[in-house]
Write a protein that binds this ligand. Structure first.
Ligand code: ADP
Ligand code: MG
Length: 549
């Protein structure tokens, strides 16, 4: 099947930041919190959930789910999605799912194979996935979708308040060399009064559903390198495909898996931004890491951009941009002889991406150019955890949003504190399992959980250093755990798992005109909720989709 054929079939998209967050903090949280383990072991009698198969026609779309409303009420069955499935059926679905993944590009580079992170087509393995979608309440799904355009707008407004960003991050700057470098670039742009008339944001807001309060709470808002717009669509498609075939046996309806438009909507946003730049020979430049096992997620986006919109992309590392790039007197960015209309960052969010001054030079070069940056340095800074915590303080959202939106946004804020807050620090030392300690980092594997929270806080407090400002404290969220079939490297295992829902959002603006401000599909990630002694188990997360209940 050609790529074009497949795409036209249903604008299927293919999403994953580093290997799906390999840490297992929240999973550990759920495991260590008996309240969270609410799954029932008893299987439903098969007769109660057998029903006629349904063909997926119009997939339910967020905020407009016509087919969904009339689907029969199989909530009870949904609650047992991964339970009581006979093993021969699991094996059949597994086989079909693995074939489907290979044929449809639901793949990542296989770390066991040399060059699989650098040479496309070498050493592919299916992306880790859940065999069946995870049930998720329709009302919370709608709430998450409704928040996307509000967060898009919030990011844009906060990004314009340079003083707020600099002031909020001023103490972090003293102790965090990476944030400090980003802030330096930001300061230089403020000094030269650099304005970004065309602003493009491709965000992903991540949530967990807190079991005890039944509240949808935001984990974080990603404004740079929001991963898996490509592969997440494919997982939704895989699940619908499996339910079309095996739904009768499972008592499940494929129409309850919402259609996922992340890749086509992100490509649409990139194409619209490219169009605003108004230079038909210019390209979109993907800033990539030199070794990237998640390259196919990115290539999906580029493929849609080319096939549907006729926009060409180039792929460059920060170091290549340093050697091959320059800015013309009129501000145009030229890299490897090509004018760049839009810079799409899938690297540059971690200190590891800047091993030398060359990479920082490249970042600065791009920032001062007239190319549209996705994200600009300001958008990048708005996505920091410190800003998330500042926005949660009383009377801060009021500076950026109107009353109605403030209420919606605040409702999804978990408890967030700076380490300046002695009461919060005291509580976290007393009950570390109820908190997560987060340094100013992106990309997974950096957070501190359980007893390590207490030890770190006591150490920092004793040292009495400025280092406290490098962290924020967050209420730990305990989602309901349920059984799931997790598939990795061709092997499945069933385990107790918890999920995190990401909602993509795209925002494009040219001066006063908002060209796009939409919710754009979703990413579900599911991970095992078992833990080791220290509360940090070997990570095991997979791509998933949702089954609306
Ligand atoms: P990163 O930028 O590294 O992705 P996140 O804030 O998303 O940082 O944290 C990484 C992971 O840690 C999340 O995907 C989630 O599984 C877990 N996590 C983060 N914050 C919380 C929290 N408050 N409660 C429970 N789990 C959390
Ligand atoms: Mg995250």
């Amino acid at each position: 099947m050609t790529l074009g054929g497949f795409l036209s079939l249903r604008q299927s998209c293919p999403s994953f930041a580093a290997p799906i967050d390999s840490r297992n903090g929240a999973a550990a949280a759920a495991a260590s919190n008996p309240r969270a383990l609410r799954f029932r072991h008893k299987s439903f009698p098969r007769a109660t959930y057998l029903r006629a198969p349904r063909r997926a026609m119009d997939p339910p779309r967020c905020l407009g789910s016509s087919g969904l409303e009339e689907a029969t009420d199989d909530i009870a069955a949904a609650a047992t999605l991964h339970r009581g499935v006979p093993s021969d059926l699991v094996e059949k679905m597994m086989y079909d799912a693995l074939v489907w993944s290979a044929l449809h590009g639901l793949v990542v580079g296989d770390r066991r194979v040399q060059n699989s992170g650098t040479v496309p087509g070498v050493g592919l393995v299916h992306a880790p996935f859940a065999l069946l979608p995870m049930s998720f309440p329709k009302a919370h799904w709608r709430q998450a979708c409704e928040l996307a355009p509000i967060f898009n707008e919030l990011v844009d407004r906060v990004s314009l308040d340079g003083k707020f960003l600099q002031d909020s991050l001023s103490r972090t700057k003293k102790v965090d060399a990476f944030t400090s470098r980003l802030l330096d670039i930001h300061s230089k742009m403020l000094e030269i009064n650099k304005t970004e008339d065309i602003r493009l944001g491709l965000h992903r807001s991540d949530y967990m559903l807190d079991a005890e309060t039944n509240l949808l709470l935001q984990i974080e808002l990603n404004t740079i390198s929001s991963s898996f717009p490509g592969l997440s669509c494919l997982v939704s498609e895989l699940h619908r495909n499996l339910l079309n075939q095996y739904g009768k046996d499972l008592g499940l309806d494929s129409r309850r898996v919402p259609g996922n438009t992340a890749v086509s909507r992100f490509a649409d946003a990139l194409a619209k931004a490219w169009n605003e730049y108004n230079n038909s020979s210019a390209v979109v430049m993907v800033v990539a890491q030199s070794e990237e096992h998640n390259m196919y997620d990115q290539h999906w986006l580029c493929a849609v951009l080319k096939e549907i919109y006729g926009v060409a992309t180039i792929r460059k590392t920060l170091s290549e941009i340093d050697t091959q790039g320059h800015v013309l007197p009129d501000g145009s960015l030229v890299v490897d002889g090509q004018t760049v209309a839009v810079i799409y960052f899938r690297a540059g969010y971690s200190p590891n991406d800047y091993p030398s001054e060359a990479e920082w030079r490249a970042r600065f070069l791009m920032e001062k150019s007239s190319a549209i940056k996705c994200p600009s340095i300001s958008y990048h800074l708005v996505g920091t955890k410190k800003i998330q915590q500042e926005l949660a303080k009383p009377n801060v959202l009021e500076r950026f949003l109107d009353t109605e939106d403030i209420a919606k946004v605040r409702k999804c804020f978990a408890g967030l504190w700076s380490l300046d807050d002695p009461d919060a620090v005291k509580s976290a030392i007393e009950k570390p399992d109820l908190f997560v300690l987060k340094p100013q980092r992106e990309g997974g594997g950096n957070n501190i959980y359980g007893d390590d929270v207490r030890e770190t806080l006591i150490r920092l407090r004793q040292q009495g250093t400025e280092e406290l400002a490098a962290y924020i404290l967050m209420q730990r969220i305990f989602p309901t755990a349920s059984l799931a079939f997790l598939v990795r490297e061709g092997v499945w295992h069933q385990d107790v798992a918890i999920s995190e829902l990401g909602i993509y959002g795209a925002y494009l603006r040219n001066k006063d005109k908002v060209i796009m401000n939409d919710q754009c599909g979703y990413l579900m990630r599911t991970k095992v909720s078992s833990s080791n002694e220290g509360g940090v188990a070997a990570g095991f997360a997979v791509l998933d989709s949702i089954y609306l209940t």
